[in-house]
Write a protein that binds this ligand. Structure first.
Ligand SMILES: [Zn+2]
Length: 352
């Protein structure tokens, strides 16, 4: 260390930036959680062709970027709501979840699967990263309520109600024919079962009505795992003030996505940290620091200039410090808000 300082003294350009040091120190004491990525599909089905950038997610990149935990989603595109369609969606989800278990087992020197907030903390204490399991699109449930238990048993702790297009559970924010006017009767049943087991309800991709109805129906705080602010970029996938306020009032979190699609109409090469921070600031001003976080959407379209993959997550911390956020605010934004939502789900499930 003395030698390093001596070299830095001789060569000022090598001097570690004091803000970078503060970022490193801060990450020693906080827990950082990213609530959405689409790594699983490519890992389970590497031969398929993908239209989005891949390779943005790995345990190695998490360590490099000081990201302690991430929800890895088993994603299925919406298909026909038929017995065959549902069987195929279940096959895809099961395959992806099993492949995530395999990935964690093969990388156990770097990290492991966490099934609770405490297990995220325990892995961090061991110097390891945590993989949390989620589903993006409840299509794979078909109309079979017992599959909620099946996915809980596979380790799933959050389920996104829809992707693009309505399913048997809810209407989607895009490609919707307003099949149910929000949640279906089965959707209400699914949310009851998710609450009972301690699975978080994720409303990213759901229609506005489905989102507001899910907030009402859920006994525990809900999450928008990867979304943006509609007032800043008016697209169906972003949340209106009404939705943000409803989610926050219930104790939930709005996780801002790190993707141009959500953040700005500028060309991709011009969208960076200032746009991400703008969306964060908006949510903070509207509902406070307790209800905002990060859901990257890496391997699913995410990535901006300066935060191209999980290895660059620290740049967000630096930008937040530069923006004037305190360390206790950054602690909430990076992980404590999500841990609170996880623990609320766990506590409710244990109350039976
Ligand atoms: Zn998505």
């Amino acid at each position: 260390m003395k030698l390093l300082l001596f070299i830095c003294f001789l060569m000022p350009s090598f001097m570690p930036d004091s803000l970078d040091l503060r970022v490193e120190q801060l990450h020693d004491s906080i827990l950082s959680i990213d609530t959405h990525n689409d790594f699983a599909m490519m890992y389970a089905f590497p031969r398929m062709e993908y239209s989005v950038t891949k390779g943005q997610v790995s345990f190695e990149l998490m360590k490099k970027g000081r990201l302690d935990a991430a929800f890895f989603a088993a994603f299925q595109a919406q298909g026909p709501c038929t017995e065959e369609g549902h069987e195929h969606a279940k096959f895809l989800s099961d395959s992806m979840l099993l492949s995530l278990h395999r990935y964690a087992a093969e990388h156990k020197h770097l990290g492991g699967i966490a099934y609770s907030a405490q297990e995220v903390r325990d892995l961090k204490a061991q110097g390891k990263v945590a993989m949390l399991l989620s589903i993006e699109n409840a299509y794979c449930l078909g109309e079979d309520i017992s599959l909620v238990d099946h996915y809980y048993d596979l380790g799933v702790r959050m389920i996104g109600l829809t992707h693009n297009g309505d399913n048997c559970v809810a209407d989607a924010g895009t490609d919707s024919t307003q099949t149910h006017g929000g949640l279906s009767a089965f959707g209400y049943e699914v949310i009851r079962r998710m609450n009972r087991l301690g699975i978080i309800v994720d409303v990213s991709h759901a229609s506005r009505q489905a989102c507001l109805q899910a907030v009402e129906a859920s006994q525990t705080p809900i999450m928008a795992s990867h979304s943006g602010v509609y007032a800043l970029k008016p697209i169906p996938r972003n949340l209106t003030d009404k939705e943000i306020i409803a989610i926050a009032k219930k104790g939930g979190v709005i996780q801002i996505s790190i993707g141009r699609y959500f953040l700005s109409t500028l060309p991709k090469a011009q969208v960076g940290l200032p746009h991400l921070v703008e969306h964060i600031n908006y949510v903070v001003e509207l509902v406070g620091i307790d209800h905002v976080g990060i859901g990257s959407d890496f391997d699913g379209g995410g990535g901006i200039v300066g935060v191209e993959d999980m290895g660059k997550m620290k740049a967000i911390t630096r930008a937040l410090l530069e923006e004037g956020y305190s360390e206790s605010e950054i602690r909430k934004l990076w992980g404590d808000n999500v841990l609170r939502v996880m623990e609320a789900a766990e506590t409710y499930a244990k109350s039976f």
